[in-house]
Write a protein that binds this ligand. Structure first.
Ligand code: 5GP
Ligand code: ZN
Length: 138
């Protein structure tokens, strides 16, 4: 997908409308069209990159600053008492728009959402093996 056709690049350029909540030199934040909960906001780098893996290494401070600012505002505006920051990379992980973005999703006690269905390793050896396999790639 080229920057010309990328839907989030088009939103950044103002070619497609959005419900904008925040903007600075590095990031734009706007409401997700299909919210998990009301106030669900997307934060995107203004410069196109498809996934986290393509994000410039020095983008961290701008990203964290934007997430903190928008996360705080989403909580305050919705009355939420918590929020998720979620990011999907590649289609297997549910990424549908290939311009890296962070979901900020407000949460309240007892809201019934379960985004974190946990499992378990069969034993500690297999857990250590998995850690070693990942470490070997680094
Ligand atoms: P992903 O599945 O890639 O992590 O998330 C993409 C998100 O973008 C989805 O939650 C979807 O609802 C949202 N989305 C897709 N197209 C548009 C759009 O044109 N405008 C807005 N505001 N959100 C969009
Ligand atoms: Zn883009």
């Amino acid at each position: 997908m080229s920057e010309k056709d990328c839907i989030f690049c088009r939103i950044v350029r103002g070619e497609i409308p959005c419900a904008r909540v925040y903007e600075d030199d590095a990031v734009l934040a706007f409401l997700d069209l299909g919210p998990v909960r009301p106030g669900h906001t997307l934060l995107v780098p203004k410069a196109h990159c498809a996934t986290l893996l393509e994000l410039p290494g020095d983008f961290g401070p701008a990203l964290i600053a934007g997430l903190k600012k928008v996360g705080r505002a989403v909580m305050a505006a919705t009355g939420a008492t918590g929020f998720h920051v979620l990011q999907n990379n590649f289609s297997s992980a549910g990424q549908s728009v290939f311009h890296a973005h962070w979901h900020i999703i407000p949460r309240e006690d007892g809201d019934g959402l379960n985004l974190w269905p946990q499992g378990a390793y069969p034993d500690s050896a297999s857990m250590q093996e998995t850690a070693a396999a990942i470490a070997a790639q680094l």
